[in-house]
Design a protein around this ligand. Structure first.
Ligand code: CU
Ligand code: CU
Length: 567
């Protein structure tokens, strides 16, 4: 997207204003020659255009000439810059020293994962799950355990999707006709991989060991003692221990969520909106096998996942499956950085069930949409000790990604499509039943389905929240920065690349890495900016259709800013 179209006659007043705006923009982004900087700065002072800079007027037509002139006097002592729109098209490859960090990224449809040394720019190692006999490994999400020296070795867990998920991107593939999925397995593996300093080795397929195949979000526990994974097609999440290199993983607890609409035979559109009950069940392994029976596509309510901003396809009956009516969309678990609580993320009702990991009991349910209650009661179903009900008066919006701030005092979750904002909860009380929604992050451009807040993470000092903002293909997505004191957006990096997904922060507090390209065989890479001054640095090449990224932590504390607390 070009913010400065040139279709007006060059002599027009608007054109002059735009040329000036463009110079201001270039001045801000360091693109103007010294001589032109002087001219532009002088012109800014003379016309009051600096108001535009200070208040976000670099947006096309965001400011009229008269308004600018009238406000000129206020500029001198004006407030700091509120919004800066950065057209990222001009940024080239970054050659900035980025520190000794390893950047781990999955390739989604590429079927593997690779790790890049941010210090040397080399890909240190990679793995491709096809090579291990997986007929459809969609390398989806991942999380890395801390390692004191990742260059010598580290371990990560990687969820992979399978089944019909490969069929939904318009690829003319005979993969189904050839029976590859039936014959060689339906995917949904959870791989545990060890990098030994030279190469990546597949240590274990946790789905095979435990009988639970989960293909979506995956997060390491805050004390690195294990991990959680989830899958919104099955509405199942599970917590696993961290096994030694030669040991097998064990399941600590597994839950399934089911939606019981108020009118069980009513129309699909109203199946969620009229309210109902989320029933959470703690599952047990079969006695004979010691395993769950949830590998591959077993247990799927939907034939393929709800891609971002497609939750409404379920309620309009456009997403087939065995039981879409019972869908909650439980596709993620994020952990409070303290030792006890985790949030089970429900997409269909934009809610988060808070689980106590010491007792494996749910204790509260945060409801995100504006106009709804903020903290719902969890009731034990008396006939079954491992079943709980949560009643929803209404479902005003679907939602998706979520996370806790590194100090654990804030929880936030996106409301998408029906509402387009981020709910912010105060989670500083030790009792999750007292966690309260305090505000919403909003933006005047967040209307309708897109642009829509997507993934999030926090700066190391917690002063800022970074949010990827999705635009539909083939448009480029953006990343915005939210001040965590005011919950206002203070900066936007626009036009980064298609499908901006998760972000990673370097643990020295210096850089933010915004990965882009999710699932669409389009351009891919990582866009970098500074955590403190929010200066864009440019791009890093990164091969593959990424859906996630993480910098390998070197200390357990780094998990507070890693794939543990946020998605
Ligand atoms: Cu995903
Ligand atoms: Cu997600």
């Amino acid at each position: 997207m070009n913010n400065f179209p040139s279709h007006e006659p060059p002599e027009s007043k608007f054109h002059a204003l735009r040329v000036l705006k463009f110079q201001v923009y270039k001045l801000l982004t360091g693109q103007l020659s010294p001589a032109r900087k002087l001219v532009a700065a002088g012109a800014m002072a003379g016309t009051g255009l600096a108001v535009g800079v200070a208040t976000g007027g670099l947006e096309p037509l965001g400011l009229t000439w008269n308004f600018a002139a009238k406000q000129a006097s206020k500029v001198v002592a004006s407030t700091p810059m509120k919004t800066e729109l950065v057209n990222a098209e001009k940024y080239k490859q970054s050659f900035h020293p980025l520190g000794k960090y390893l950047y781990l990224t999955p390739q989604k449809l590429g079927g593997g994962t690779h790790v890049v040394d941010l210090d040397s720019g080399k890909t240190l190692s990679w793995i491709s799950y096809w090579n291990y006999g997986d007929s459809c490994p969609i390398s989806h999400h991942l999380a890395a355990y801390p390692s004191p020296n990742p260059y010598k070795g580290f371990e990560f867990v990687n969820s992979t999707q399978g089944g019909d998920n490969v069929m939904i991107y318009g690829i003319p593939t005979p993969i189904k006709e050839r029976g590859l999925l039936e014959k060689w397995g339906q995917g949904n593996h959870i791989y545990r991989v060890h990098f030994d300093g030279q190469q990546m080795n597949l240590v274990e397929d946790v789905s095979e060991t435990t009988g639970i195949g989960l293909g979506v979000h995956i997060t390491v526990l805050p004390d690195a003692s294990g991990f959680a994974a989830a899958d919104g097609q099955k509405d199942v999440c599970a917590f696993f221990n961290r096994a030694g290199l030669t040991e097998k993983t064990q399941t600590q607890a597994a839950f399934r969520a089911d939606w019981i609409g108020r009118q069980p035979n009513g129309n699909m559109q109203e199946n969620w909106s009229k309210g109902g009950t989320v029933r959470l069940t703690r599952m047990v392994q079969a006695k004979e096998t010691g395993k769950f029976d949830l590998q591959g596509s077993k247990g799927n309510k939907l034939n393929w996942e709800m891609v971002p901003m497609a939750e409404n396809l379920v309620s309009t009956g456009q997403l087939p499956g065995d039981n879409p009516r019972a869908l909650t969309g439980l596709d993620a678990v994020v952990h409070h950085p303290g030792s006890r609580y985790s949030a089970l993320i429900l997409r269909m009702m934009s809610a988060a069930i808070i689980i106590d990991r010491k007792t494996w009991q749910p204790i509260a349910c945060l409801q995100n949409p504006e106009g709804s209650k903020d903290n719902l009661k969890v009731e034990k179903v008396s006939s079954n000790p491992d079943t709980w009900d949560i009643h929803f008066d209404d479902v005003r919006s679907v939602g998706h990604e979520a996370g806790f701030s590194p100090d654990g005092k804030i929880f936030t979750m996106m409301n998408n499509i029906n509402q387009n904002n981020m709910a912010v909860f105060d989670t500083s009380d030790p009792d999750p039943k007292k966690w309260k929604r305090i505000t919403f992050v909003k933006d005047k451009t967040w209307v309708g389905d897109y642009p829509s807040p997507f993934h999030l993470c926090f700066s190391m000092d917690g002063s800022k929240m970074f949010v990827s903002v999705l635009h539909p293909k083939p448009a480029n997505s953006e990343c915005c920065v939210v001040d965590t004191k005011t919950w206002k957006i203070i900066k936007k990096f626009q036009n980064i690349g298609p499908d901006c997904q998760t972000m990673a922060v370097s643990y020295d507090g210096k850089y933010v890495f915004q990965i882009f390209s999710g699932f669409q065989r389009m351009s891919a890479g990582a866009f970098i900016f500074t955590q403190d001054t929010l200066e864009p640095l440019g791009y890093l090449p990164n091969f593959g259709g990424h859906h996630d990224c993480v910098i390998v932590p070197t200390k357990v504390e780094h998990l507070r800013n890693s794939r543990c607390t946020t998605l």
